[in-house]
Design a protein. Sequence first.
Length: 471
Amino acid sequence: MVFTPKLPWIHCLWPLILSAAAPLLAQSPIGVLISEQSRATFDVQGAGARAMGLGGAFIAVADDATAVSFNPAGLAQLLKPEASFVGRGLSKRLSFQDFETTSKGRQLALSDSLASETRFDPLFIAGTIPLRISGHSLVLQFSVQRQFALAESSDRDLTETDVAGGTPGFVHQRIDQTGQIDVYSFAMAYEVSERILVGASYNQWRGRWELTSDSSKQQGSSNTFANYRQVNALDGENFNLGIIWRWPTWSIGLVRRTPFHADYSFGTALDTNATSVTFKSSPYSTYGLHWPASTGVGYAWRPKEHWLMTVDLQHTLWSDARYMTPVANLNNLSFFDLDRANRTPSVTSIHAGVEYLLLAKSGSVIPLRFGLSREPQPVVDRTTGDQRVVFNIALGTGIKRGNTSVDIAYRYGWDHRNTTQFLDVDQLVKASTVRSRGTERLEMHRLDISFIYQFDRQPVERWLRHMFVGD
């Protein structure tokens, strides 16, 4: 499991970089940058419209190809070879209201501003082959999941006014990011018995992305600018291990995403006309990063033939995410807040959903789904102490007819909290402790679409036998 993290909200590029100790300023903590300043949410989640329609509660259900990203044991329930594709449309709005800066006895009021982004990303593609071994199901799968799509941009203008009077300042920030972090998985699931399913996936994480930021402040005849660029790469590998214990009317699922040691590489460059600059450019270098484990448990209940109710809990040890490097002033620092103290919280998210199946006269199956979730983030403002907690509500439907299934899910997410930011260019490049304080409000609209096509089993089995056994 790893971040990707991911981004449209990189409008405050250096807040935690520059609040760290001076020796760290040449090291750019992308985890801090992405989680607290860039990303509206920071979750390693599975992909799939059916799961999203159920609020993300899929650990004990996991009965389609996207099971590999929720609980690989569920793949053992697939009976036919299939090809699967998932896409996602996402619209985010992050508004900043009532921000003020207090410095040296001066109170500066900032105009409200809004950062927004709309995009579509391919999320998941997989090929799945079920086999029968001594009367038991054995399922193999290869998949690629875009865990974090990092193609984002943000353009923000603010007016800074001294409450006591004086010349106003005009602040502009432009952020652009390109790239992605993908997960390549090979999975295997086995039906141990009618009641017990087990599965595992081997995952390779490959990320490449680049971020640029242009910030400026004009006040009277003075014009200060800071242009920043960072290139990044992340490489790691881990396992997802799962089990499902099922009965006719209920099932319990358990999944473990193992921790891993990743190679995280980055290089930075800064061009500015500000004086007494503390931040310095850093050559491209590779560091170690410990990414933590997460554990999830799910329960699904089928009170009647056409009804499904399910709930998941997932606990992630974000407090264990730390740098591992011979660089003494960076080693063992938290990935999120650059602190050796345990300020970054581990989090437990909860997801719940319900599904009802309608049977059409044509033989098609039309599901109706509803879901809720609460997702705390490993993001705590170091000044206000407020943690970001995202709430979501979801609706979903689809149609299954013959060998083809199409699912669609809409999810609305929101959060608001008191937060602080660096806004002035001089604050950014001089490691100032002065921050602007105000209210941050988040809205997210997400639309997931899944397409599954199932193939006849016998031709596929004959082809496999021809390829690997012979006629």
